[in-house]
Design a protein. Sequence first.
Length: 108
Amino acid sequence: MSYEREYLNRDTQELLTEAAAKKQWRDEYDGDDPTNPLRFEEQYALIRFWYGMSERGFSIGCQPKGGLIERLDDETGEFYDIIVYDHRLTDEEISRYELRFIKHEYNL
């Protein structure tokens, strides 16, 4: 399955797909100039998407593979585990793996 990461432009607070962020970087921030002191990662923050595993815990075949960043313990006890992805999961993935969206976040 193909997916696209999402980024936040730190200056404008605009949410962009990876392709749009890279195009904006090239067009507005001179991203193709190797002497540019500002790196892509300094201008754009990767958005991380958190999901709760409501019916089973983290195991082989129990969650989508691509883009998984980390597995966390749920200290509230509401979920078996919390899984964090570098992209938004589709409605089909959320339903198939019985996940619940918790939040999205980024580091400014």
